[in-house]
Design a binder for this molecule. Structure first.
Ligand code: SF4
Length: 229
């Protein structure tokens, strides 16, 4: 029987978060996330994936690819109702079409659609700019910056919060920026590590830390946890 590890104080959370990463990477290996062949495709996927499973996003992306509309330029030029029609499989398609158009409009308005210029902008300036775009919240902004821009900013989602809550690293009131800072404090800025870590947490939540947790075979079972949270 394995001895339970202990976390005695909140300032241990950095150590624990580093241990989680090492353990998850050893258990699951590289995740090759985000699925997308181009920066345009990753950005489009970041909007489409809001509040839906990736399988639905993949179907919408297939539709856009079929219509040669999987680029920011194509979406910029596309009629919004036609775009909505093509992304139907992703759900809430009218809202997502409006958000995609707003985001692409922003890229063209501020950077002439040049992603090299977008991602060369300092993070401290670029992130607030992205967050000002209608329909772009912190999770979407950070996913775009991290996976399309290769910029080290940690992505926090509901899975991440659930895992940390069950391990008493955060409480239910912890805000997005607080959770993000915990990870960024624990790990030096490295887009590759941040990208893998987020993907590993998603894999963990899907395989073990579901709404009803399956702790017995979970790689994190040796750390104190309360799966009823
Ligand atoms: S399944 Fe259990 S051990 Fe695994 S992360 Fe969730 S609470 Fe922790």
């Amino acid at each position: 029987m394995r001895a339970a590890r202990t976390m005695t104080a909140t300032n241990d959370s950095s150590r624990v978060l580093r241990e989680f990463y090492t353990t998850l990477f050893a258990a699951f290996g590289p995740q090759y996330w985000w699925p997308g062949e181009t920066r345009d495709e990753i950005i489009i996927g970041a909007i489409l994936t809001q509040n839906t499973a990736w399988t639905n996003v993949a179907r919408a992306i297939t539709q856009l690819r079929k219509h040669e509309a999987l680029t920011l330029r194509a979406i910029h030029e596309l009629d919004e109702s036609r775009l909505a029609d093509w992304i139907k499989p992703a759900g809430t398609y009218r809202v997502k079409a409006r958000r995609l158009k707003a985001l692409v409009h922003w890229f063209y308005d501020h950077f002439d659609g040049d992603l090299d210029r977008v991602f060369a902008t300092p993070l401290a300036k670029l992130r607030p700019m992205l967050l000002s775009v209608s329909g772009v919240g912190p999770e979407t902004a950070d996913a775009i910056l991290l996976y399309a821009g290769d910029i080290p900013t940690f992505v926090v989602d509901a899975y991440t919060r659930r895992i940390l809550r069950r391990h008493d690293i955060i409480d239910g009131e912890a805000g997005y920026e607080h959770v993000k800072r915990l990870f960024e404090h624990a790990n030096s800025p490295d887009a590759h590590v941040y990208g893998e870590y987020h993907a590993l947490l998603v894999a963990l939540a899907k395989r073990h830390c579901k709404s009803t947790a399956d702790c017995d075979d979970c790689p994190l079972r040796d750390w104190p946890h309360d799966a009823s949270k």
